[in-house]
Design a protein around this ligand. Structure first.
Ligand SMILES: [Zn+2]
Length: 246
């Protein structure tokens, strides 16, 4: 359901984006200005949509006031938490759709529906519960895919390691210890495969040279001649991680 061009003129003037929702409960057209600022137009089910422009025009001053108020008080306030619609696991070429159903149960439940859909039900409007179930699922996906991948890169390059673990580091994509343990960040799943592979080679090479010396980079370049470019891309890759995943 969309508004027509003529209706949008007023909204554009006010710098408002908008959504339109039909409601069985609403008895009249309801206008809500939300953070963003965004206008939510609630229309009673069955009502003639042609009445909307007239109402917007009549409410123009009120809308302008509401937007102004939003700018002062609400600009810094972030939008309420909602589940992501999809999770782009670029590393494994998978886009996972997220469907949610609100239930007052005090908890959340996640169900995988095939390879590319998850269904989350329960108190999904509760940010902490929502995030934590998504984190759990991400960890599970990362455990499933990253260690075997590191194993393959290790075999292919002949660079060995002792142990691998998956974590959710704040600032690093991967790290390694003197004992030969490689830690991989679960958020690597949001990066394209060639960057994940680069991180793995980088960490595996650190097990030979625990520094960023010329000898270290020399070793990296044997397996990844494009390392300079990859290393640059990796510093900008943080933007590929959705905020809920941190
Ligand atoms: Zn390094």
């Amino acid at each position: 359901m969309v508004l027509r061009e003529a209706d949008l003129e007023i909204l554009r003037e006010l710098g408002l984006t908008h959504t339109v929702r039909e409601s069985k409960k609403a008895r009249r057209i309801i206008l809500k200005v939300l953070a963003g600022p965004r206008l939510e137009v609630v229309i009673p089910a069955g009502l003639d949509h042609r009445r909307v422009p007239e109402i917007l025009a009549r409410k123009k001053d009120w809308l302008a006031q509401a937007v102004k108020g939003m700018g002062n008080a609400g600009a810094a306030k972030k939008e309420g938490w909602t589940l992501p619609r999809e999770i782009p696991l670029r590393a494994i070429h998978r886009r996972v759709l997220v469907a949610g159903e609100m239930k007052r149960t005090g908890m959340v439940h996640l169900e995988e529906q095939g390879e590319s859909k998850i269904f989350i039900s329960g108190e999904i409007q509760h940010e902490q519960l929502g995030r934590s179930i998504l984190h759990q699922w991400m960890r599970h996906q990362a455990e499933l895919h990253l260690p075997p991948w590191l194993q393959r890169v290790s075999r292919e390059t002949g660079l060995g390691f002792q142990k691998v673990q998956v974590r959710r580091q704040k600032t690093r994509w991967g790290s390694c210890s003197a004992r030969g343990t490689i830690s991989l960040n679960e958020k690597l799943l949001f990066l394209p495969p060639h960057l994940v592979r680069y991180i793995m080679i980088h960490e595996l090479c650190h097990l030979t040279h625990l520094n960023h010396s010329a000898r270290f980079w020399n070793l990296v370049s044997r397996f990844e001649p494009q390392w300079r470019e990859l290393d640059r891309s990796i510093t900008q890759a943080g933007g590929l991680v959705p905020s809920w995943a941190h």
